[in-house]
Design a protein around this ligand. Structure first.
Ligand code: NOJ
Length: 561
């Protein structure tokens, strides 16, 4: 397997609005990020993925871009951004920018023009259709943010498509001029020196011809039409063209956000011979507890979780591609609350999950606050929430369908995106040291205990464990490139696997329960000796590994000799 910097590095995702506010307006900004680079460098981060910092009316916190080549006022200036890049490069860190080109903002000048008239030169930059029969929407697709995916526009009496909010019209990728605009814009950023892109819902840019309605579902006016726009008919043509015209000319990394892909489909995006992307964010683990949509929360077993993770390890392993390893981001609940225990065993379970992420094959992504074990939040009132997805869903369910508000709030506590967006907890001063003003979203009240200042100074903290974990991965190529093999597949207690690279082998044992558990290594795994690489508890490194007792959420990584 070919060695690459983006396979060996650890990525840290910054959601700028919630990271660090330097000027007291309650909104995180670029100078705030610059002031925290040493904190990230000290953690061992090599790559930062910055969620969008472009000009935006913030209907969806920057994922609605009105100018791709300018910086959002609240975040600072282009000069601040130039300083950020220079400061990062001076520290040997790489910068990945978010590329949001399935849609723009309706305030982008292309759309302002496009909606003016049917013969405007920008009309075909977006997807316009006349109304369907009975003067309704052109089809029955549901938007990801509730309601119809079509918005009627008075001016020309047509509808435009928006798979997300109505302030996020979908760009028309069929139009070669749109593609060229995007490639030119990407080239402009790459020539400024950035090191790659995270591509927002990139597998949605090609829609099925004719855009037919999805099969109707009883009791629903609008229906999820994913099969008509996810991994659409021309997606690979577009990505190959993008690769040829832009990506292949630079030493960069790319990671595509691709809901709904299987490992087989994923290989078509990331196999080295395909010349498209380097990595994907797939959603199978994120959907593990979803029933009829994400808000319908279902229980699952450890074997379900293992089946999904191992499937991707085998699916993209053995030279078929490369995984991205993540358990949370700005759209998902907090990892420790969702997959661990954010009360009694917060430290232990956060470290155990971190061990999992840093010992599978792929590039690990740490989401801001994960390294200090930040947790989900429970605001009392819906008015304290800011996220458009959450608010639209609440409005639809409670106000239109008459659902029980308490039940809807319960699902928001478990799945809402604002769980991940409460401000970064820097210290125990008011507003967690995030801002001297009023934060745009309230801080999680647990900041007096959970904060970066405490974590940096405490040798037993999650932060200091992550630091060792990142270093351990760097020092042991077997943890980066080694082939994955799962053991004890049917265990509802342990997740156990080995990694093998030539004659190097590592053994990873993770106790996923809240109780002591006896581990027995299968007898066909043989070894002459072993070395403890890292563990989240004190362990006697000479203790034999054939069988041993693990404590709640214990994680151990051994090198086998
Ligand atoms: C995925 C992004 O991560 C999410 O935050 C955003 O709302 C949608 N794409 C639309 O851009």
């Amino acid at each position: 397997m070919e060695r690459k910097w983006w396979k060996e590095g650890t990525v840290y995702q910054i959601y700028p609005r919630s990271f660090a506010d330097s000027n007291g307006d309650g909104i995180g900004d670029i100078p705030g990020i610059i002031s925290k680079l040493e904190y990230l460098k000290n953690l061992g981060i090599d790559i930062i993925w910055l969620s969008p910092v472009y000009k935006s009316p913030n209907d969806d916190n920057g994922y609605d871009i009105s100018d791709y080549q300018d910086i959002m006022d609240e975040f600072g200036t282009m000069q601040d951004w130039d300083t950020l890049l220079a400061e990062m490069h001076a520290r040997g860190m790489k910068l990945i920018m978010d590329l949001v080109v399935n849609h723009s903002s309706d305030e982008h000048r292309w759309f302002v023009e496009s909606r003016k008239s049917k013969d405007n030169p920008y009309r075909d930059y977006y997807i316009w259709r006349p109304g369907g029969e009975g003067n309704c929407e052109p089809n029955n697709w549901e938007s990801c943010f509730s309601g119809s995916a079509w918005q009627h526009d008075e001016q020309t009496n047509e509808y435009f498509l928006h798979l997300f909010s109505k302030k996020q019209p979908d760009l028309n990728w069929e139009n070669p001029k749109v593609r060229q605009e995007v490639y030119d814009m990407m080239t402009w950023w790459l020539d400024k020196g950035i090191d790659g892109f995270r591509m927002d819902v990139i597998n949605m840019i090609s829609k099925v011809e004719g855009m037919p309605s999805a099969p109707p579902q009883e009791g629903r006016k609008y229906v999820w039409g994913g099969e008509y726009f996810m991994n659409g008919p021309r997606i690979h043509d577009y990505l190959r063209e993008m690769n040829e015209k832009v990506l292949s000319r630079y030493d960069i990394m790319t990671v595509g956000e691709t809901p709904g892909v299987t490992p087989e489909e994923a290989a078509n995006y990331v196999h080295e011979d395909r010349h498209e992307l380097n990595m994907l964010f797939q959603f199978e683990l994120m959907d593990i507890d979803s029933g009829n949509g994400k808000w319908d929360v279902r229980p699952y077993k450890l074997t379900d979780l293992k089946r999904i993770l191992s499937k991707w390890q085998y699916g993209l392993g053995h030279g078929k591609g490369w995984n991205s390893l993540y358990m949370n981001n700005h759209d998902q609940p907090r990892m420790v609350s969702r997959f661990g225990d954010d009360r009694t065993f917060r430290l232990e379970s956060a470290k155990m999950l971190g061990t999992l992420l840093h010992t599978q094959q792929g590039t690990p992504y740490v989401y801001q606050g994960e390294e200090i074990g930040m947790t989900n939040v429970k605001f009392e009132s819906i008015d304290q929430y800011q996220d458009i997805e959450t608010l639209n869903m609440y409005h639809e369910k409670v106000n239109q369908q008459g659902a029980d508000p308490a039940k809807v709030m319960e699902s928001i506590y478990i799945k809402g995106r604002d769980n991940a967006r409460t401000p970064m907890q820097w210290d125990d001063s008011p507003n967690a040291g995030f801002t001297t003003g009023t934060p745009w979203l309230q801080v999680n009240p647990n900041y007096t205990e959970i904060n970066a200042k405490q974590a940096v100074s405490d040798p037993n903290s999650i932060y200091n464990y992550y630091k060792r974990l990142i270093q351990t991965r760097k020092n042991n190529l077997v943890l980066i490139y080694g082939e994955f093999d799962e053991l004890l597949k049917d265990s509802e207690t342990f997740y156990v696997y080995t990694r093998t690279l030539g004659d190097e082998r590592a053994l990873i044992v993770l106790n996923f329960t809240k109780t002591d558990q006896t581990f027995e290594l299968p007898s066909d795994v043989t070894y002459n000796g072993f070395e403890l690489l890292i563990s989240n508890y004190d362990v006697d490194p000479t203790q034999d590994i054939r069988t041993f007792t693990t404590r709640p959420y214990e994680a151990r990584v051994y090198r086998l000799k």
